[in-house]
Design a protein around this ligand. Structure first.
Ligand code: ZN
Length: 479
């Protein structure tokens, strides 16, 4: 077993077990042997195989991203940032997913490799990857060096548009069942992977696209394996309206009645609750139902903010007792930017600077995510925790002056200051380069894949439009 010591670190964000919060420590050593942290304190007396100088470094726990779609989101770069449908309460989700879809498995693989690099370079060490099962997914994930929570998606229905104002559904329950069986096979296979870094999450895709039976069976399959269960819920006004039309209940109320809310449930987004100003339903129970069940929320502010939508608000969820985690639902896959946006948007929604603190956001991006994943050995720098560590360079200009390095990191430098990353004690980013994957080659393949995707848009779009008609360039190209 290899032992590494990071000596005399300028700043460490270490876990204070008594306070159950992160705290700064200065001038300490962090030691890890194999995949575990063994020592955090001054003047470690042992000898190590590798000694890393902690001068000019902030060492923080690896970030935990509990919601992402690496297989297709990078394909949307330059397409989705300003794409939205006003008649669908600004959401472009339904129109986009119908017209623009990853054309083949090679496109998905290129997109995923590119995304995994973005994630590692911004300090993410644990990732919930919600994707459709494909050949080579498990192998590529294992190669990335990330700690993986693979969430193969499936559903009983698909969204279907014939115009820009009515969300329709194409049901195929047998297909949902087949997807469920394939997902469980992939999850069980991942759990046996020799790296020991892979696990699964049971992931029926969207609350409105699944039957109650499929959701309950999914919950039971997750509980039988001791792994989490995740579903997209309350992610658009159209979805909330549809669930009220079907059941006379909000999506969260229906999920509660169906019996799928619990401490092992991760709710993707849960943004449009009955109290949200775009919903204003008569009941006021959604937030309490989530909190009382012990379910976690995966908050991903960026895609919603681009539509003009915000959670109302992160601080209220915390005070209600909801376990909050963070995710990257789109590109850039940058969890530090999500922390910054979550903080700023919560304050805008609340008109109150005190509604959340930077410490709250770091907690969500580490310990909150670990709790959602039912893992108490992640997200903390303390003995016996997994050696998932991020080394931030305090000499980059955006980190200076280094009065409060967490604030410098979250509000100023973000990924630009991430220098080295370790997962399970193994170095996966060295001197700002991913050592496990090839981002430049993936970028070339991604550009080719985007071209192939664009060629199919006209035949997929409900109005037969081109990609340029659906999402024009931000500036015209002059002669
Ligand atoms: Zn999502």
């Amino acid at each position: 077993m290899t032992t590494t010591v990071i000596r005399n670190i300028d700043w460490v964000i270490a876990w204070d077990e008594a306070a159950e919060r992160h705290a700064y420590r200065r001038g300490v050593d962090v030691v890890f042997a194999g995949d575990k942290i063994t020592y955090v304190g001054r003047n470690w007396p042992g000898t190590a195989d590798r000694v890393v100088d902690g001068k000019d470094r902030l060492v923080l726990p690896g970030l935990i991203d509990i919601h992402s779609h690496p297989e297709h989101e990078p394909l949307y770069r330059g397409i989705r940032e300003e794409h939205g449908v006003p008649n669908m309460h600004m959401s472009g989700l339904y129109e986009r997913s119908q017209a623009f879809s990853a054309p083949d498995d090679e496109a998905r693989a290129a997109s995923a490799e590119f995304a995994y690099c973005e994630l590692l370079l911004s300090g993410v060490t644990s990732l919930v990857d919600i994707s459709l099962p494909r050949e080579g997914w498990v192998e590529l994930f294992a190669k990335s060096g990330l700690r993986g929570f693979l969430a193969p998606g499936y559903a009983s229905a698909r969204w279907h548009l014939e115009n820009d104002f009515e969300l329709k559904f194409a049901w195929d329950e047998a297909r949902g069942r087949e997807g469920f069986a394939a997902a469980l096979a992939l999850i069980d296979n991942s759990a046996r992977h020799p790296s020991g870094r892979l696990a699964g999450v049971v992931s029926p895709m969207q609350i409105e696209n699944c039957t109650a039976e499929l959701l309950r069976d999914s919950r039971d399959a997750a509980r039988a394996r001791g792994i989490p269960f995740t579903v997209h819920i309350a992610q658009s006004v159209n979805e909330v309206r549809e669930m009220i039309r079907r059941h006379g209940k909000t999506p969260v109320q229906w999920a509660h009645d169906t019996g799928i809310l619990g401490p092992d449930t991760i709710l993707g987004h849960a943004l449009f609750l009955d109290t949200h100003s775009w919903i204003r339903w008569w009941s006021k129970t959604d937030l309490a139902l989530i909190a009382d069940s012990g379910a976690s929320v995966a908050h991903c502010p960026t895609p919603f903010a681009r539509y003009g939508q915000i959670m109302e608000n992160f601080g209220d969820y915390l005070r209600a007792g909801v376990n909050m985690g963070l995710g990257t639902d789109t590109t850039p896959h940058n969890l530090v930017e999500e922390m910054r946006k979550a903080a700023v948007l919560a304050r805008i929604a609340a008109r109150d600077i005190k509604t959340v603190t930077t410490s709250d956001l770091l907690h969500a991006a580490t310990v909150g995510g670990a709790k959602a994943l039912l893992r108490d050995d992640l997200g903390r720098i303390a003995p016996n925790m997994k050696a998932d560590l991020v080394l931030v360079d305090l000499t980059v200009p955006q980190m200076r002056p280094v009065r409060d390095p967490l604030r410098s990191f979250v509000y100023h430098a973000a990924d630009r200051a991430v220098r080295d990353v370790f997962v399970d004690g193994r170095q996966v980013v060295a001197d700002r380069r991913v050592v496990t994957l090839d981002q430049e080659a993936a970028a070339e393949r991604l550009a080719e894949a985007q071209r192939r995707m664009m060629e199919r848009v006209r035949e997929r779009d409900y109005r037969g439009r081109s990609a340029e008609e659906i999402s024009p360039l931000s500036l015209q190209i002059a002669d």
